[in-house]
Design a protein around this ligand. Structure first.
Ligand code: UDP
Length: 242
């Protein structure tokens, strides 16, 4: 298996096509599969939060490079990473697979009106999906209780959009219990899927400036984005030490 390490996170180094093939075979074998799509923010949090690092490195079955920052880090280290594989792209593709195969899907996360809009869109555009549960991400129950409620519905796929690291903590409980499902944390994907927030126009995506578009749209994200230059500096420092 091809892996590339960036600041202690072990990335699976495959193309989107290869990830898709891998996932299809795991779905066919009903293997419990926990996917983390790790971006620089996630990598930086894992530097400080060792529990989170452990969840990613020892609980996840697949770790993808979510964002051009990770691909850039691979280049800087001279350990090239195939391509960026985002949570949103995998999410939409997995819904397509679930629709073709009439699978059971559980969705958790985002604001009540957003999750309702996601449900409506799935009902109309992916009508073969059996949506066995959907709930917003502003619950007060502890994660074990939420995990039990999800497992009881026996879903084939679980998508959690409650922000990191909580979404990964929740899914790692289901993975520990070997729920035979594809499970992935999808961050802000429900907001995009429902149309509440727009994904950057293709021209921004192709120029790898999606982050910049997001910043223009949501200037309050500026503070969060300061982590990106810190990430690049950290990768550079780490390289020098090696
Ligand atoms: N969210 C949630 N519960 C919370 C906090 C956040 O469901 O307690 C949702 C929020 O509504 C959004 C998603 O989690 O839909 C996280 O979005 P963000 O843009 O922060 O994620 P990113 O894509 O940057 O990881």
């Amino acid at each position: 298996m091809s892996k590339v390490e960036v600041l202690g996170i072990n990335f699976d180094n495959y193309s989107l096509e290869q990830f898709k093939n891998k996932l299809i075979s795991r779905i066919d074998s009903r293997l419990s599969t926990f996917i983390v799509t790790a971006n620089p923010e996630i990598v930086m949090l894992a530097q400080k939060d060792k529990r989170f690092l452990k969840i990613i490195n020892s609980k996840a079955d697949i770790v993808t490079a979510d964002g051009i920052g990770i691909v850039l880090a691979g280049k800087m280290q001279k350990t090239p990473i195939n391509e960026r594989v985002t949570g949103y792209d995998l999410f939409v593709w997995l819904l397509h697979v679930a629709n073709l195969r009439k699978l059971k899907v559980y969705l958790i996360g985002a604001k009540p009106e957003v999750i309702q809009a996601v449900k409506n869109k799935i009902d109309s555009e992916y009508s073969n999906i059996e949506l066995v549960g959907y709930e917003d991400g502003y619950f007060t129950d502890d994660l074990d209780k939420v995990a039990n409620r999800i497992a009881a519905k026996k879903p084939d796929m679980v998508f959690a959009a409650i922000g990191f690291p909580r979404q990964e903590q929740l899914l790692s409980i289901l993975r520990k219990n070997n729920l035979p499902a594809i499970m992935m944390g999808v961050g802000g994907s429900f907001d995009v899927f429902s149309g509440k927030t727009k994904r950057a126009p293709l021209i921004f995506q192709k120029a790898h400036l999606e982050w910049f578009y997001r910043l223009l749209k949501e200037p309050t994200r500026f503070k969060r984005m300061l982590v990106l230059p810190q990430f690049v500096l950290e990768v550079r420092r780490n390289k020098k030490q090696k």
